[in-house]
Design a protein around this ligand. Structure first.
Ligand code: TEU
Ligand code: CA
Length: 538
């Protein structure tokens, strides 16, 4: 397996609008990211993934781009962006940007032209049709929107305000490649590619048998030709890192995107956990890890994450954010950083931030949630019931402002934050975390440092044991003579971990743990709720 710098990296995701506001307008901004870079550096992350900060009417928080070469006013200016990049580099870190090229904003000049007349030269930049089919989009009931002016429908995989680009048009592809070079020439270190497997569409848009399963939107014929071309035309000319956001993907298909012999992408995010596992499910999680490891190891590189700006914070969704918040945060951190693949830390995860429950739908911003709410209430369902059903997974769970300290608005903003701050901010914040040597923060810091010093965490093989156990997740990582055993009790109860005798007697030093030292007991290890230990094997 070839070794490159990014395989050893840990990525820290900055959702800038919720990170740190320096001018009091209620939105985090790029200047705020600059001011907090030393904090990220202290954590130890190597790469920063910055969510989209391009020109945008902001219907989907920057994922609806109207100006690919500009910086959104809320975020700052191009000069601030360039300073940010320079400051990141001067600290020995890297910066990757979101690349959102499946769709633009309906306010993008291309779309404004495209919709203006059927014979406009930009008409074919988007997908127009006289007919619809039965497909749902991510955020609405149909992928087709009627456009009065020219009497045709346009195609959108997400919101109505996010028309899909027509990638079968070579001019579109050339425009996108030019735009990518524009940013790469500024010196950015790569891209996180938004729903990149959606670029190619199904020929003729046939009706789906089960329209609720929207997997027809992705992995369609032609996608690999586009990605190879993108690599040929752009990426391979720079030393950069790419991660594709790839829903509906199996390990077999995953290899087609990131196989080391393929010349497409470096790594991917799959969503077998975050899109389909609403609560922790041990057997399912073990099965997913095993299948992806068997399918990709040695041939393509994976990612590890349990939350991001789209997915509810991990302690709330998978752990226990009341009784065992700190323990479960550290337990999942231990898991994410010891599983094979590149770990992602989503801002606030490193202090164990939790999801929220605001009283009313009006307290929420997420377009996915709000559209779904309207759709369901429109069917005559009880509004309160609909609202409650959406709380667990609304994207705003992880979008509330970063909690820096106990001052008003958690030290995030002097103004009125665009999304309310989580009321638990006086208890959970960076200032407290930095002052407490046992905090979640220092556990992450230690895990990240361990990765720098121990290649077994990066290149070690993965071998799970105790497969049937519903409380304990245990696995070896082995690289040459170095062998580690990770033992995690992912449950609210104590757990007896019955390791085979020969394993028990080979346990060496504990490399990292999330509880103070306890005695093992002769019949096996007794693990406290969410206890995590990593042993060196003798
Ligand atoms: O996300 C794609 C998306 O729809 C996710 O919500 C989904 O849960 C999963 O990640 C893929 O199946 C990206 C962005 O991350 C999201 O914020 C945008 O709203 C969306 O694309 C549209 O650009
Ligand atoms: Ca601001």
């Amino acid at each position: 397996m070839n070794k490159t710098w990014w395989k050893k990296a840990v990525v820290y995701q900055v959702y800038w609008r919720s990170f740190y506001d320096t001018n009091g307008d209620g939105y985090g901004d790029l200047q705020g990211v600059i001011e907090k870079l030393d904090y990220i550096r202290t954590l130890g992350a190597d790469v920063i993934w910055l969510n989209p900060c391009y020109g945008s009417p902001d219907v989907d928080n920057g994922y609806d781009i109207s100006d690919y070469r500009g910086v959104m006013q809320k975020a700052g200016t191009m000069a601030t962006f360039e300073r940010l990049l320079q400051e990141v580099h001067s600290r020995g870190m890297m910066l990757i940007m979101d690349l959102v090229v499946n769709h633009t904003s309906d306010q993008h000049p291309w779309f404004i032209e495209s919709r203006s007349s059927k014979d406009n030269p930009k008409r074919d930049y988007y997908i127009w049709s006289q007919q619809t089919n039965n497909w749902r989009s991510y955020f609405t009931t149909s992928t087709w929107e009627w456009d009065e002016r020219t009497g045709e429908y346009y195609f959108h995989s997400f919101a109505v305000e996010q028309p899909d680009l027509n990638w079968s048009n070579p001019k579109v592809r050339e425009e996108i490649y030019e735009m990518m070079r524009f940013w790469l020439d500024k010196g950015i270190d790569g891209f996180r590619m938004d729903v990149i497997n959606l670029l190619a569409k199904q020929e003729g848009f046939p009706d789906a048998e089960n329209p609720e399963n929207i997997s027809y939107l992705g992995n369609n014929p032609g996608i690999h030709e586009y990605l190879k071309e993108m690599n040929d035309q752009v990426l391979r000319h720079y030393d950069v890192f790419t991660v594709g956001e790839i829903p509906f993907v199996t390990p077999e298909d995953g290899l087609l995107y990131v196989g080391e012999d393929r010349g497409e992408l470096h790594t991917l995010f799959h969503f077998e956990v975050c899109d389909y596992m609403a609560h922790w499910d041990m057997q399912r999680f073990k099965e997913i890890q095993k299948r992806w490891y068997d399918g990709m190891w040695g041939r393509g590189w994976n990612s590890q994450f349990l939350n991001n700006h789209d997915h509810t914070r991990l302690v709330t969704r998978f752990g226990n954010d009341s009784e065992y918040r700190v323990e479960s945060a550290k337990c999942f951190a231990t898991m994410l950083h010891t599983l094979p693949g590149m770990p992602y830390v989503y801002q606030g995860e490193e202090i164990g931030m939790t999801g929220v429950r605001f009283p009313s739908i009006d307290d929420y911003d997420d377009i996915a949630m709000k559209n779904k709410y309207k759709e369901e209430v429109g069917k005559g369902r009880d509004p309160q019931e609909v609202f409650e059903s959406l709380l667990h997974l609304t994207r705003d769970n992880s979008r509330t402002p970063m909690q820096w300290d106990e001052t008003p608005n958690a030290g995030f903003s002097q103004g009125s934050p665009w999304l309310k701050v989580n009321p638990n901010c006086s208890e959970i914040n960076v200032e407290k975390a930095l002052a407490d040597p046992d905090s979640v923060f220092y556990h992450y810091q230690k895990l990240i440092r361990l990765r720098k010093d121990n290649e077994v965490m990066v290149y070690g093989s993965y071998e799970p044991i105790l497969d049937e156990d519903d409380q304990i997740y245990a696995y070896y990582r082995t690289l040459e003579s170095e062998r580690w055993l990770v033992v995690l009790n992912i449950s609210d109860e104590e757990a007896q971990c019955r390791l085979p005798d020969n394993v028990n007697s080979s346990l060496g030093e504990v490399i990292i743990r999330n509880y103070p030292e306890t005695s093992g007991g002769s019949e096996g290890l007794l693990l406290k709720p969410y206890e995590a230990r990593v042993y060196r094997i003798r």
